[in-house]
Structure formats: structure tokens, C-alpha cells
Design a protein around this ligand. Structure first.
Ligand SMILES: NC(=O)c1ccc[n+]([C@@H]2O[C@H](COP(=O)([O-])OP(=O)(O)OC[C@H]3O[C@@H](n4cnc5c(N)ncnc54)[C@H](OP(=O)(O)O)[C@@H]3O)[C@@H](O)[C@H]2O)c1
Length: 264
């Protein structure tokens, strides 16, 4: 379902490109509604040729025209980026960060109070449209903001709203989960990637297509009756966004369980 917003990706690298691809494929945004930035004009040529999106080397210009600003630079570049764009951010814009390990409070401190922020933690399978993303709301983000941010990540897999303290646990799970699946598949077939070809290699290659399951519904989708929101959420329906209020041991574990189910 189109969200009808101009979306800027500041730092259009691998993850931003995966999101752009997913958004276009799912019809969440049209090419002219997406503007990407990078310091290299050559990267802009790649993106405009592949997707027909807009490109500028100016983060300020992109943030100025966008309703929804995705911070997709590496974490170590984040402070510099925030200093640059803070003057054009205000409460009319939704800011979505995908940077690992950068707390909402650090972003809010840089851009000033009142800015609506959603912090997210996507994972590598998003690159093949089978990601599992956790999202947490900043102090000024509304349920509608969470819903819009969710629409972005449902275009590249599934997403779950959690409390921010749990994003670090999700980062651990996301980072090691896909690698664990590869390792486990390799061990189960009594061979590691790179070992000589043998009779067991066809099934092994099949499993090594990834924990990502590109292009297909996963068993967990059916088992849990989840449409995943976005393009899978039924025509015209905006996904219901459960928004946790405070973390207790019980609610934290329940949220992580939900996330892990989405990551299956
Ligand atoms: N990849 C993953 O699986 C994954 C998973 C979870 C979270 N993340 C998060 O996603 C973010 C991006 O990761 P990535 O893997 O997509 O990295 P990436 O491919 O290196 O993308 C970062 C992009 O930022 C651009 N950039 C650097 N400085 C810039 C600046 N001042 N202004 C505008 N653009 C700038 C770089 O291009 P130029 O050098 O051309 O400027 C580069 O294309 C990170 O914060 C990471 O923590 C990634």
C-alpha cells in the first residue's frame, strides 16, 4: 500500500538499496518519491539507473524535501550527519534510524527535542527481501509513525515493535542468527562451505541459499497466521502495531520470542 510520503535515504549503501528495492517492489513508494544520498556521484548514477529514484550528494537538500528521513550511514558517521541535517529537521518529519548501536537519546540530543524518531534494527536477510526488523519508538514518535516505519521494513521481510532496551539483544540475535544458520547447515551435512563437491552437495547447496528464504513464504508465516503487514497485510489494511509500554522480564522475553518467530 503506498504511504504517499517522500522518503530520503541518507547514506544509500547496501541496506538502503535493499529498502529502496523492497519499497518499489511492494508499491509502498514510487521512484520519484524516493531520494538517496551518498558522497559519490557515481553511486547516484547506479541508483538512478537501476531504480529511477532521485539522487543528490546533499544530505541537507534530501532531508529538506523528505517527509520521512532514513538515517542509513554507518554508525561512526552518524554524529557528523546529524550535525549537518539538524537545522532542517523539525516535528513535521519522521526520522528512522537503521544504525546499529546508536541510541534514540543520542539522536534526539543532536537534532533537538520534538523530532519524531523511530530506531530500527534490520538484519542482513533484508538484502534478499527476507529480513526480520525490530523497531522502537522515540519519545515523540506516535503509533502512526511506528506504523509508517513498519511499512518500510515489511517491504523487505517482517518487523516487530519492541522496547528500545531490547534492540541490543535483537542486534545480537540478528547479527549471529543468519551466520548460525549457515554454520548449522554446513555441520548437518558434514561439510563446511568450500569443501570438495560430493554426493551430498546438492541438498547442501539448496540449504545454503540462505536462512533468508528469498521469494517464498516461510513456515512460520502460516503457523502464526501473520501476514507480516505491508504488501502481505491484506488489501488496504494498515497493520496493527502492538506498542509495548515498559519492559519487565516477562514482557521482554515475550517480545524477543515474537522477534525470533519473525526471524525464523
Ligand atoms: N548491512 C546490514 O546487514 C545491516 C544490518 C543492520 C543495520 N545496518 C546498519 O545500516 C547502516 C548502513 O549499513 P550498510 O551495510 O548499508 O553500509 P554501507 O553499504 O557502507 O552504506 C553506507 C553508505 O553511506 C554513505 N555515506 C558515508 N558517509 C556519508 C555522508 N557523510 N553522507 C551521505 N552518505 C554517506 C556511503 O557511501 P559514500 O562513501 O559514497 O558516501 C555508503 O554507501 C549502518 O548504520 C549499519 O549499522 C546494516
Amino acid at each position: 500500500m503506498p504511504i504517499g510520503k517522500t522518503i530520503a535515504f541518507l547514506g544509500a549503501g547496501n541496506m538502503a538499496e535493499a529498502l529502496v528495492k523492497g519499497l518499489l517492489r511492494a508499491g509502498v513508494a514510487a521512484p520519484q518519491e524516493i531520494v538517496c544520498t551518498s558522497r559519490r556521484k557515481l553511486r547516484g548514477d547506479e541508483l538512478t539507473t537501476r531504480y529511477g529514484v532521485r539522487f543528490t550528494t546533499s544530505n541537507v537538500e534530501a532531508a529538506r524535501v523528505a517527509d520521512l528521513v532514513v538515517l542509513s550511514v554507518k554508525p561512526q558517521v552518524m554524529n557528523h550527519l546529524l550535525d549537518e541535517i539538524a537545522p532542517v529537521l523539525d516535528s513535521s518529519k519522521l526520522v528512522v534510524s537503521i544504525a546499529a548501536g546508536v541510541p534514540i537519546e543520542a539522536i534526539e540530543r543532536k537534532v533537538g527535542h520534538g523530532v519524531r524518531i523511530v530506531r530500527t534494527m534490520p538484519n542482513t536477510p533484508a538484502l534478499v527481501g527476507a529480513g526480520a526488523t525490530a523497531l522502537a519508538a522515540g519519545s515523540h514518535a506516535t503509533d502512526e509513525d511506528l506504523s509508517q516505519a513498519k511499512a518500510l521494513f515489511d517491504a523487505v521481510g517482517k518487523s516487530v515493535v519492541v522496547d528500545e532496551p531490547l534492540l541490543d539483544a535483537v542486534t545480537g540475535l540478528s547479527g549471529s542468527g543468519p551466520a548460525y544458520m549457515f554454520l548449522e547447515a554446513a555441520h548437518r551435512d558434514r561439510g563446511a562451505p568450500g569443501t570438495p563437491e560430493g554426493p551430498g552437495d546438492e541438498p547442501r547447496r539448496h540449504r545454503h541459499r540462505g536462512p533468508a528464504h528469498p521469494g517464498g513464504r516461510r513456515p512460520a508465516d502460516h503457523a502464526h497466521g501473520r501476514g507480516g503487514g505491508g504488501h502481505e497485510a491484506g488489501e488496504g489494511a494498515r497493520p496493527e502495531v502492538p506498542r509495548p509500554r515498559r519492559v519487565t522480564r516477562k514482557s521482554g522475553l515475550a517480545q524477543l520470542e515474537l522477534y525470533m518467530a519473525a526471524d525464523m
